[in-house]
Design a protein. Structure first.
Length: 145
């Protein structure tokens, strides 16, 4: 059961954070100057809501489940567990407070100029999420004491 929970934990993290990274790329494309028209691909990307990035919210659920059934046992108070949760909380906050609202504003924007500011917000918040993902990954793999 441990392997299943770890696999779900990793899949949710990779798909969720990967989706945020992709959204940041399209956010950067949406912030181009108004004299450059958005590509059809960029416009199409923001036509629908991206639900896969919400898998980030399931990451600690599967991580805690994996720790709960870990064969060698574990302490939820270990540094790497607490650090991982703190990093996840910051990334989840960025997702819910900046990324999702910026995507919605871009989706609702009627013209190019209105999409520039949320596009920049989306780009930078997605980049921060990517950095947090890499940091969390390093902590989870090394499991420092």
């Amino acid at each position: 059961m441990f392997d299943v929970f770890v696999a779900m934990h990793v899949i949710c993290a990779v798909v969720g954070f990967g989706s945020v990274a992709l959204s940041g790329v399209y956010g950067a494309a949406a912030r181009r100057p108004e004299h450059q028209s958005p590509s059809e691909e960029t416009a199409r990307y923001f036509q629908s809501r991206g639900w896969s990035e919400l898998l980030i919210l399931a990451v600690p659920v599967f991580g805690a489940a994996a720790l709960g059934v870990r064969p060698e046992g574990s302490d939820f108070g270990d540094f790497w567990v607490v650090a991982g949760l703190v990093i996840w909380a910051v990334a989840a906050g960025l997702l819910l407070v900046i990324v999702r609202p910026a995507e919605g504003r871009i989706r609702r924007s009627g013209d190019r100029e209105q999409a520039r500011h949320p596009g920049a917000q989306l780009m930078w918040a997605a980049a921060a999420c990517d950095v947090l993902f890499v940091l969390a990954l390093a902590i989870m793999v090394t499991q420092p004491p």
